[in-house]
Design a protein around this ligand. Structure first.
Ligand SMILES: [Fe+2]
Length: 222
C-alpha cells in the first residue's frame, strides 16, 4: 500500500515537471524565427519593441485607474458619506477601466504578444491618496473627486497618445493605431467632456448652496 502511494506521488511529480517544461517551451516559442530550413512562421506577430512596451504600460495604467476609481466608489458608499449617485458613477468608472485593460490584453494576445509579465505585473499609481478633505465654501469631497477623475483621464489620454506615437513611428502599426484612435480616444474625449460639464455644474450649485450642493447634485446629475 505504502509502496503504491510512493510511486503515485513520484509519477505525479514527474508529470508536473514535464508539464512545466512544455509550458516554458511554448512561451519561449517564437523568439526564434522558424525551424532550420523551414519557413519563418513568426512574421505575423512581429511588433516594434517600443510600441509593445508602451502598450504594456498602458495596460497597467488602465488597471491603475480602475483601482483609483474603486477607492472613490468605496468612499462615497461609506455610510458616513452616503452619496449613492457618486458611488454608482465611480463603480461604473472602475468597471470601464478594467474593461479597457482587458481589451488591451486581448488585443495583445490576438497579435501574438505576451501582454503582461506573469511574474512581475504590478500596479504603480493605484495607491495614490484620495483627496477627501472636509468641505469648504467652494470645495467639497464630491467636487474634488470629479476634479481628480478629470485629471486622471487627462493623464490616460496623453498616455494613449504616447502609445499611438510609438506605434506609428517606426513600423506604422496601422491596425493598433486605428484601434486606439477610434475606440479608446473617442471614449476618452467623451468622458473628459462629461466630467468637465459635471465639475462646472457642481461649482455653480456650490456657489448658490454650499451646504446642499453635493446632495442635490448627487440626486439630479449622477
Ligand atoms: Fe481607460
Amino acid at each position: 500500500m505504502m509502496k503504491s502511494i510512493f510511486f503515485g506521488i513520484v509519477a505525479l511529480m514527474f508529470a508536473a515537471v514535464v508539464m512545466n517544461q512544455e509550458q516554458a517551451s511554448v512561451l519561449a516559442e517564437g523568439s526564434t524565427s522558424g525551424s532550420a530550413g523551414g519557413p519563418d512562421i513568426t512574421k505575423w506577430k512581429k511588433m516594434d519593441d517600443s510600441c509593445t512596451n508602451k502598450l504594456h504600460e498602458q495596460i497597467k495604467k488602465e488597471f491603475d485607474a480602475s483601482i483609483f476609481y474603486l477607492q472613490y466608489a468605496a468612499y462615497f458608499a461609506n455610510y458616513k458619506v452616503n452619496l449613492p449617485g457618486f458611488e454608482k458613477f465611480f463603480f461604473d468608472a472602475a468597471s470601464e477601466e478594467r474593461q479597457h485593460g482587458m481589451k488591451l490584453i486581448e488585443y495583445a494576445l490576438m497579435r501574438g504578444q505576451n501582454p503582461i509579465d506573469y511574474n512581475r505585473f504590478s500596479l504603480t499609481n493605484a495607491a495614490k491618496k484620495l483627496e477627501t478633505e472636509p468641505s469648504t465654501k467652494t470645495s467639497t469631497p464630491a467636487l474634488k473627486a470629479l476634479e481628480q477623475a478629470l485629471e486622471r483621464e487627462q493623464i490616460v489620454t496623453s498616455s494613449i497618445r504616447d502609445v499611438i506615437k510609438a506605434c506609428e513611428n517606426e513600423t506604422n502599426d496601422y491596425h493598433l493605431v486605428d484601434y486606439l484612435t477610434g475606440e479608446f480616444l473617442e471614449e476618452q474625449h467623451q468622458g473628459q467632456r462629461d466630467l468637465a460639464g459635471k465639475i462646472a455644474m457642481l461649482k455653480k450649485m456650490l456657489k448658490t448652496n454650499p451646504h446642499l450642493g453635493d446632495f442635490i447634485f448627487d440626486k439630479q446629475n449622477m
